[in-house]
Design a protein around this ligand. Structure first.
Ligand code: SF4
Ligand code: SF4
Length: 462
């Protein structure tokens, strides 16, 4: 049994399906801003993988090679701490901007909003504005209706598949990917992910739209906890607007006991989530500001000041002053400052070479006669630079300690080499366990030095 709109129940059904929302096209400052944001963000997304930096794709998350290229920065698996830090910074930034500006992210920059805007734009271009779309859906099937519906689906599917292809292009170099996909030489996984992300875009932006914001997005659920009475919200000024009601053009609303709202329902008709902002702040509101544009247009027509629906704060609505500096914003600013400083400093001080010493655990030590006691190690050197480098390896920490094998190591750019070495110590200094220090110095003038500790084990070490 499912509740019907306006009360009552529909027998035989467990859930009531959502009524389709037909948002009306709106023009105004915020609509222009939203469309500009769509072009900039989608442009950056679609153009991003085609950018070249240093003879390679500028942004590439190469999972098989376990290397992430972000312009001049190459992140190795050992550097994933920076990515973790970056994700934490993005999360705290979202908290911070929500406390300051409410759901600005949802309305203008969230991928769900941006792609829904693009899909709606295609839909409106083919099927027309709200009333035409409603009429078309109710009309019986004709050649013209089929032509419009098929054309819309073709454009939606093309955009969705290109989105899936672009997304995969961030993980698999896009130029070879294009050639391989077109010549049907890509692996099955590449086809799978292109179709998977294409289908997700098609489903989310073409059909589910506001349902994603209302029922699937976790941010919509917990954003209330990030709000306070000074957070920017889109709100209807009930004090000014009520009592609402229609009136004749040019008549004195105050004399009729009416507020500024002419009850035209334009704010409801343009709302992509189908809510009425006049009923107060609702979690379904994605702060797209379409109702502000719609209401401003009506206020211009009836000759009343704009801003009956506007960006405001709960405190401002109570005629109290706005507070930018408050405990919540101070805490977020402090956390962000610490995290950003840590990220920038750690990337600036990042060592371009990694030296790993792995002691041979199969033999405790070897007696090599007059040379003394020997221990074996595997030296693993990772050159994170794009350029080739030459290094010299040395060891210290015990009197007479020396490396018996070759100490010169050459590495090409972004490569890893593992070299077995043998270290000896004269008998008289070798007994017991010792901490020893390996040092790698570049010999090509690049001034790179890196050190690493290990352990030397002699005859009486336990
Ligand atoms: S109430 Fe206004 S701001 Fe909120 S989703 Fe609807 S149109 Fe957008
Ligand atoms: S658009 Fe403005 S005037 Fe029209 S119903 Fe909404 S709040 Fe009232």
């Amino acid at each position: 049994m499912a509740s019907k709109p306006g009360g009552g129940y529909e027998y035989g059904k467990l859930y009531r399906s959502e009524d389709k929302v037909y948002p009306r096209e709106v023009k105004g400052r915020f609509a222009t801003l939203r469309r500009a944001a769509m072009f900039v963000l989608l442009g950056a997304f679609y153009f991003g993988p085609w950018l070249t930096w240093d003879h390679r794709q500028a942004v590439l998350f190469d999972l098989p090679a376990r290397k992430f290229y972000i312009f001049g920065l190459t992140l190795w698996p050992q550097d994933f701490i920076y990515l973790a830090l970056l994700l934490i910074i993005l999360a705290v930034s979202l908290f911070f901007f929500t406390a300051l500006a409410g759901r600005l992210w949802c309305g203008f920059a969230c991928p769900q909003t941006v792609w829904t805007e693009a899909f709606s734009w295609i839909e409106m271009a083919i099927e027309g504005d709200r009333s035409k779309r409603m009429k078309l859906d109710k009309a019986p099937w004709t050649f013209d209706k089929a032509r419009k519906k098929v054309l819309k689906q073709i454009l939606w599917i093309a955009l969705a598949l290109y989105t899936g292809f672009t997304f995969v292009g961030y993980f698999s170099a896009i130029r070879p990917l294009t050639a391989n996909l077109l010549s049907f030489q890509s692996g099955p996984w590449e086809y799978f992910w292109v179709i998977f992300y294409g289908a997700a875009t098609y489903g989310n932006a073409g059909f589910m739209r506001e349902q994603v914001c209302k029922y699937m997005c976790p941010y919509a659920r917990f954003q209330g906890a990030m709000f306070d009475r000074d957070s920017l919200i889109i709100t209807y000024d009930a004090e000014r607007g009520e009592p609402r009601g229609s009136r004749r053009r040019g008549s004195d609303a105050a004399a009729q006991g009416l507020g500024d709202c002419v009850d035209c329902t334009m704010c409801v008709q343009v709302c992509p989530t189908g809510i009425d902002i006049r009923e107060g702040l609702q979690y379904e509101c994605i702060a797209c500001a379409a109702c502000i544009d719609a209401c401003d247009g009506i206020m211009d027509k009836v000759g009343s000041p704009r801003g009956l629906i506007r960006y405001s704060t709960e405190r401002a609505l109570e005629h109290k002053s706005y507070r930018l500096i408050r405990p919540r914003t101070l805490v977020y600013t402090g956390i962000l400052a610490v995290l950003l400083t840590s990220l920038v400093t750690s990337i600036a001080l990042r060592k371009p070479v990694i030296l790993d010493i792995i002691r041979d655990r199969n033999t405790l030590y070897r007696d090599v006669g007059r040379q003394g006691i020997a221990n074996s190690y595997a030296i693993r050197v990772v050159n994170k630079h794009n350029e080739d480098h030459d290094y010299s390896l040395s060891v210290s920490g015990i009197e007479g300690i020396r490396i018996e094998t070759d100490t010169e190591i050459s590495l090409s750019g972004e490569s890893v080499v593992t070299v077995p070495i043998s270290v000896t110590v004269p008998h008289e200094y070798a007994s017991g366990g010792h901490v020893i220090h390996f040092r790698l110095d570049s010999t090509d003038g690049s001034g790179i030095t890196v050190t690493e500790e290990s352990r030397f084990r002699g005859p009486t070490d336990r």
